[in-house]
Design a protein around this ligand. Structure first.
Ligand SMILES: Nc1ncnc2c1ncn2[C@@H]1O[C@H](COP(=O)(O)OP(=O)(O)OP(=O)(O)O)[C@@H](O)[C@H]1O
Ligand SMILES: [Mg+2]
Length: 354
């Protein structure tokens, strides 16, 4: 993947901006609150995913304006494309001049991996963050996976509605049979996808993590399914009564997790702040390699504020690691940028580039 340029109008604090990027390293530097993350966010949205800040569509439009527009020219699969995103009450996308049904249809066309400071919650927060990381990564490789996930979640919601009735009215079992078979079928496939992806992550994770921690620590990751796909149908049936009182579906991949073990000990429970940050960064960089391994193309690498809180060796390791593919990296301290040979440095001030 290669993003050649971006044009931005009335997006976040950016009034109007046009940037031609370097094929490899792009450093976006500037003081706090100038618009660095906004540029990374504008690029990331072209992957068809939601904002990594959890922002609502309406928050993208520049204050006081009605409409924002971002446009990029990029290469994907050796073909040049252009994409446009229009931000109004809702977000709309165009690819090569044609309207897309949903912005999610961009998934797989442009693929990217993003690291943001919020990703530290990958190692320390709830399991939903880790599931989302897997789902976003897998969805970029296999757009059908997103549909699978959507169908699965719809069936879970429907079961959740009906299961509450079950304790008063066991005749709803007929409907439960239907939704549970849908959950079991789609859920089993989701677990397969996620397990395979996690196994592939393990081919890269230990090396990147030990590079980041100067070789002192060992890491492994493990997909933890609360119920194996083959057992899902039986387990859902078994749990009907219990779930009826709980009011939700307590088994299935929407309750799964990934465990990270550093030197055999859970990172979530025992990891230091720096270790958790390193876990999150290595996970993202590993995902990039897995996507390359499967698709044959490097995703664009978006690193927001990755340098802060890391010592010089770790910073050097990252800059060295990302040399092969197109990378966008934000930082406050321009001396980080000066360490790089080649590439372009953009200084952001008040939503403009200098
Ligand atoms: N819809 C919007 N309209 C106008 N300004 C906005 C909008 N959304 C966010 N901003 C402003 O954009 C500014 C820059 O935000 P951004 O997160 O890109 O900063 P940053 O350069 O990454 O800073 P930091 O170094 O602190 O991470 C903030 O001051 C924020 O208030
Ligand atoms: Mg920022």
């Amino acid at each position: 993947m290669l993003i050649e340029n971006i044009k931005i109008k009335n997006f976040r604090n950016i009034r109007e901006l046009s940037i031609c990027f370097d094929e490899k390293m792009n450093v976006i530097s500037g003081e706090n609150a100038q618009g660095k993350t906004n540029i990374i966010e504008a690029l990331w949205l072209f992957c068809g995913a939601k904002s990594f800040r959890g922002a609502k569509d309406s928050s993208f439009v520049r204050f006081g304006e009605k409409k924002g527009v971002t446009e990029i020219d990029f290469f994907s699969g050796g073909i040049e494309h252009s994409a446009k995103m229009i931000f109004e009450e809702k977000r709309k996308a165009e690819l090569d001049g044609k309207n897309l049904k949903t912005t999610g249809d961009l998934a797989g066309v442009l693929s990217a991996v993003v690291f943001s400071p919020l990703d530290i919650s990958l190692a320390s927060g709830g399991p939903d963050k880790r599931r989302r990381f897997l789902d976003t990564s897998i969805g970029q490789l296999y757009p059908k996976y997103i549909e699978l996930l959507r169908n699965y979640m719809r069936a879970v919601m429907q079961r959740n509605k009906i299961i509450k009735e079950y304790k008063y009215d066991p005749s709803v079992s007929i409907m439960l049979d239907v939704f549970e078979s849908e959950i079991a079928e789609n859920g089993g496939r989701i677990i397969d996808y996620r397990k395979k992806f996690t196994e592939k992550l393990n081919n890269y994770l230990p090396e990147i993590f030990s590079g980041l921690s100067s070789g002192k620590e060992k890491i492994s990751s493990l997909y933890v399914a609360n119920c194996e796909g083959t057992m899902l149908s039986a387990k859902l049936k078994e749990k009907r009564r219990e779930d009826s009182f709980l009011g939700f579906t307590s088994v299935g991949p929407h309750r799964d997790d990934i465990d990270f073990l550093i030197n055999g000990v859970s990172a979530r429970n025992y990891g230091s702040q720096g270790q958790k940050r390193s876990v999150a960064i290595s996970l993202k960089l590993s995902a990039l390699s897995v996507i390359y391994e499967i698709s044959g193309e490097y995703p664009v690498c978006l690193l927001d504020d990755v340098m802060s809180e890391l010592d010089e060796n770790r910073q050097k390791y990252i800059l060295n690691h990302v040399r092969e593919w197109q990378t966008f990296i934000t930082c406050c301290d321009p001396s980080n940028a000066q360490r790089l040979s080649g590439g372009k440095v953009f200084t952001v001030r008040d939503g403009g580039i200098f």
